[in-house]
Design a protein around this ligand. Structure first.
Ligand code: PLP
Length: 463
């Protein structure tokens, strides 16, 4: 692999924790040129930096320390369920947050310590309770009375103790949930009948032990004030637990920390950008580390009145913040045209590798090679014959030619897992570590896509 000169590209602090460099071979990361990677592994291609994963983990973890409590990170598996990436995080002593039996099996397969598994999603997957109890998961989150009753039945049948985290409703208005893409009003509210009943169930159960309170305020957040509100609700629930003779030890503040260089659209903005075909470019906002730092400080302040009775450990469940900036996507321009006076470029990675519609995000995009002085505005689209297969509209780039490669940045979270093979195989994923490039997942082949199907050569279904 070639080693380009180290010429730093300016960027925002934590978002570019391992900055890109420009060299003879074009744009590069960790000393490896993206063009070289695409030639070796194909395009489109996800490129993951393991040094970036380690640096991001360290930076988020040290931000949590300002809470004055022992801090732990648990990665939300759904954000990037690639075993090679999960294994690297586990190697950094990061726990895993799982939301289905499938994810729980994956977590165990990559070797996470059982005590470092947090299980959410009992309401959506009723059989998850049994899998989680038998797996001795470190924390199982109950978000309603039905979840508690299910856990009680499962634990008593299995005769196994269960460490329960009670989900606290962060007390946001519905409109607010919608705005921040939040999870809806899941969880127990302070001073509610359900909470009273739930705490009673916990205090009487021989198997269930209330070990934690947990909340999750939303996703793609760029302000810490929402955490403060959720913390106030959690403090009330914490007090009610103490009054019931229960002594939780852990406060789990969930995920949701947004990325500095990723603009998250509200549904209205997304619709407007699609209709008007004009998107606002991402501009630097607060970094995930600074948001986590503010959340940590808020924990310290809000729980100070509880003294020794307050939390002893804080857990954060970042998905996007942990892996988002550690993976970029290489795409190649296939053809160019002009429609209704707008220039467009059809790329080989559109809806099947990006899901701006589902995520409502806009990312930084830059050329990998060639930096002609002349620039133009482009709508970048994928190769699916559907108008919504849009990577981004109105991106200023050097005048493009077929074969040019572009880099879509900070796509480590919710991209490869949301990709489809509607119009072609899903991209491969490579890892970079110490100037080494290695395959984490090869690009899909015909067999990957159709290998499970059953058919005869005459296309008749086998009985
Ligand atoms: C309970 C919980 N924790 C963590 C996360 C990760 O969120 P994010 O990727 O926004 O950090 C999610 C995602 O929706 C979640 O539901």
């Amino acid at each position: 692999m070639m080693r380009p000169e180290d010429h730093m590209i300016p960027g925002g602090a934590n978002a570019d924790i391992r900055p890109l460099t420009h060299g003879e071979g074009g744009l590069a990361w960790e000393g490896v040129a993206f063009d070289t990677l695409a030639e070796e592994f194909g395009s489109p291609l996800y490129v993951t930096s393991f040094p970036a994963l380690r640096a991001t983990t360290d930076s988020l973890r040290s931000a949590l320390a300002c809470s004055g409590l022992e801090g732990r990170l648990a990665f939300a598996v759904k954000a990037n369920p690639v075993p090679g990436i999960l294994g690297a995080l586990v190697g950094q002593d990061v726990g895993l947050v799982v939301m289905s039996g499938h994810e729980l099996h994956l977590a165990l397969a990559v070797g996470v310590h059982r005590a470092n598994i947090i299980v959410h999603g009992l309401s959506r997957h009723r059989d998850l309770a049994e899998t989680a109890v038998f797996a001795h998961a470190g924390l199982i989150v109950a978000e309603c009375l039905e979840d508690l009753a299910l856990l009680e039945r499962t634990a008593s049948r299995a005769r196994l103790p269960v460490e329960v985290a009670l989900r606290v409703s962060p007390g946001l208005k519905r409109s607010r949930f919608f705005k921040v893409g939040g999870p809806g009003p899941a969880g127990f509210r302070p001073d509610s009948e359900d909470l009273e009943t739930g705490l009673l169930m916990l205090s009487r159960s021989p198997y269930l032990r209330l070990n934690a309170l947990s909340f999750h305020v939303g996703t793609g957040l760029s302000e810490a004030s929402l955490y403060r509100r959720a913390l106030l609700a959690s403090r009330s629930v914490w007090r009610e637990s103490l009054a019931q003779g229960l002594r939780p030890a852990v406060l789990d503040i969930g995920g949701g920390f947004g990325l500095s260089h990723v603009r998250t659209h509200t549904p209205g903005q997304l619709l407007a950008s699609l209709l008007l075909q004009r998107g606002r470019a991402p501009r630097p906002g607060p970094t995930a580390t600074s948001l986590m730092h503010q959340a940590g400080l808020a924990v310290k302040e809000v729980f100070a009145p509880l003294g020794e009775d307050g939390p002893r450990m804080i857990v954060a469940e970042p998905g996007r913040a942990l892996v988002g900036p550690c993976q970029h996507l290489v795409v190649t321009v296939q053809s160019l045209g002009i429609r209704n006076g707008r220039r467009y470029a059809i790329c080989d990675g559109g809806a099947m590798s990006l899901s701006p519609l589902l995520l409502g995000e806009r990312h930084r995009i830059e050329p990998i090679s060639g930096s002609g002085a002349r620039t133009a505005l482009y709508d970048l689209v994928g190769n699916t014959p559907a108008p919504l297969d849009l990577i981004a509209s109105g991106v200023r780039l050097p005048v493009l030619h077929p074969g040019d490669r572009l880099l879509i940045r900070d796509v480590g979270a919710y991209f490869s897992c949301l990709g489809t093979n509607f119009s072609g195989p899903r991209p491969g994923i490579v890892g970079l570590d110490g100037e080494r490039a290695f395959e984490l997942r090869p690009a899909e082949t015909f067999d990957h896509i159709f290998g499970h199907d059953t058919w005869t050569s005459r296309t008749q279904l086998v009985p």
